[in-house]
Design a protein around this ligand. Structure first.
Ligand code: NAD
Length: 482
């Protein structure tokens, strides 16, 4: 189907019990290309009966899949990684057409998804337990790691391939079955990832892909005793809501929620280099990235030059349809995001912020918003408090180390934080003081398959990828033999 999907976008389906279930006879919702505003497909919604079928399949699939030895599970995940790479171009185009993200980034995302499958393929073989020293001769005390059980996973649209790959990879690598609800905005990407796994030989019931009204699906799945763990990526309010539902069944949770990453730039840096890195990091996926740098705190001496340099880059940033190679930024994913960004900017302006670049919607059709730079933004502005999730860099000056750390840590978010300085002493201090699950020092690179990805404070708990990602899908059992 991966190849087929590339030429026939409208071929959307649910995947339950090893069957691709068509939209026929089901409620559907339109999928829109955000670069053109054209309806490109109809995504089928799972009925209650479909969800119950997915739950039964997951229960059965768990029994089948946990009995497959980790070595063989790994072989299937590795084969799926190969298929992803083989179909890189077709899958990248699907992701670009439905998410708006530029093709250069979706190609990277296909490769990243393949790397994630390979990581879990290997890591699943290392779900080690331990043996305790005896207290009495003839006894044995062992600790083993077992798969937690069927997992319900919810993946958003901003990494339409990478988010599903992370969630499916962790569950399957640990020996769990998984029901995944990718975002309704980007359904074909999730299906393309699933298709690679099916073609790689995954047993039919180990994975289900469902779509529908998100709140209805999560309520139904989380109420079932079959589901033993939840993995969610999305906003903090939805994460809190799902955590409450999970508490009723005492289900394990991995919550990768929003961020509002501070970036502290000291005046001893190579300014042009930091600006070049910052523009790429900020405008990646039009800023719709949970670890996107959002609040820049720049030391006074270089503040004006930093604002001007960022604005200059923003004004020249090539924006347009993500399928065109020349473009470095596509549209926002849907009309709601566009309205949200317009609201943030209007509020900031009203509160006295200066618009150094952008600050307006670009010509339609398409949900395009200009790369935007705001300076001198008061803490009372909404954009200083709520995750903007758009192509907006907010820049404010600082003079004092302790004061800037206080500002950086001011919000309840704690996902990513960054700092740039040529002083190794300052770097060490700032790294220790920033409150975040991931800290980039002189770099924006904070995500590779072997590193844990997750937040602290209200940005969530638990990690994806790294050894921690597998651990989230495992439970600990102590066996005492006499
Ligand atoms: P939204 O809250 O409608 O949707 C965000 C994601 O959560 C979607 O994938 C959606 O399907 C899912 N979702 C929403 N309600 C759900 C529920 N009750 N049960 C299960 N899943 C549910 O918002 P949106 O307009 O699409 O995005 C807005 C905000 O979401 C952003 O400002 C950002 O804070 C957050 N977001 C975060 C990430 C991330 O990587 N952490 C990704 C996408 C969106």
């Amino acid at each position: 189907m991966a190849t087929q999907l590339a030429t026939n976008y409208a071929d959307l389906a649910l995947f339950i019990g090893g069957e691709w279930l068509s939209p026929e006879g089901r409620t559907t919702s339109p999928v829109i290309n955000p670069a053109t505003e054209e309806v490109i497909g109809q995504v089928p919604h799972a009925s209650t009966a479909d969800l119950d079928r997915a739950l039964r399949a997951a229960e059965q699939g768990f029994r089948t899949w946990r009995a497959v030895f980790p070595d063989e599970r790994g072989r299937i995940l590795k084969r799926a990684a190969e298929l992803l790479r083989e179909h890189k171009e077709a899958i990248a185009r699907i992701a670009t057409v439905e998410s708006g993200k530029v093709i250069h980034e979706t190609r990277i995302e296909v490769m990243m998804s393949a790397n994630i499958f390979e990581w879990y393929a290997e890591e699943g073989r290392r779900a080690y337990g331990r043996v305790l020293p005896q207290r009495t001769p003839g006894t044995r005390m062992t600790i083993v790691k077992e798969p937690v059980g069927p997992v319900a996973a919810f993946a958003p649209w901003n990494f339409p391939l990478g988010n599903p790959a992370r969630k499916i990879g962790a569950a399957l690598g640990a020996g769990c079955s998984v029901i995944l609800k990718p975002a309704e905005e980007t359904p074909a990407s999730g299906l393309a990832v699933a298709k690679c796994l099916v073609d790689a030989g995954l047993p039919p019931n180990a994975l289900a892909i469902v779509y529908g009204v998100p709140a209805e699906i999560s309520t139904h799945l989380l109420a079932s005793p079959i589901i033993r763990a939840i993995s969610f990526t999305g906003s903090i309010p939805v994460g809190k809501h799902l955590a409450k539902l999970a508490a009723d069944g005492m289900k394990r949770t991995t919550m990768e929620l929003g961020g509002h990453a501070p970036v502290v730039v000291f005046d001893d840096v190579d300014l042009e280099r930091v600006l070049d890195l910052s523009a790429v990091a900020k405008f990646r996926n039009a800023g719709q990235v949970c670890v996107s740098p959002t609040r820049y705190y720049v030391q006074e001496k270089i503040y004006n030059r930093f604002v001007d340099g960022f604005a200059e880059r923003a004004k020249g940033w090539p924006v347009g349809n993500g399928l065109e190679e020349k473009n470095k930024m596509g549209p926002l994913v849907h009309a709601r995001r566009l309205a949200a960004i317009e609201g943030f900017i209007a509020d900031a302006k009203q509160q006295g912020a200066r618009v150094a670049a952008g600050g307006r919607r670009l010509a339609s059709p398409g949900y395009f918003y200009a790369p935007t730079v705001l300076s001198d933004v008061p803490n009372s502005a909404r954009v200083m408090n709520e995750e903007p999730f758009g192509p907006v860099a907010v820049i404010n000056p600082f003079s004092d180390f302790d004061a800037v750390i206080e500002q950086a840590n001011r919000l309840p978010y704690g996902l990513a934080a960054f700092a740039f300085t040529n002083s190794s002493h300052t770097l060490k201090l700032v790294g220790e003081r920033l409150e975040a699950g991931m800290v980039g020092l002189n770099t924006y690179q904070i995500s590779i398959p072997e590193s844990p990805f997750g937040g602290v404070k209200e940005s969530g708990h638990g990690s994806e990828e790294g050894i921690e990602g597998l651990e989230a899908c495992l439970v600990t059992k102590f066996i005492s033999e006499a």
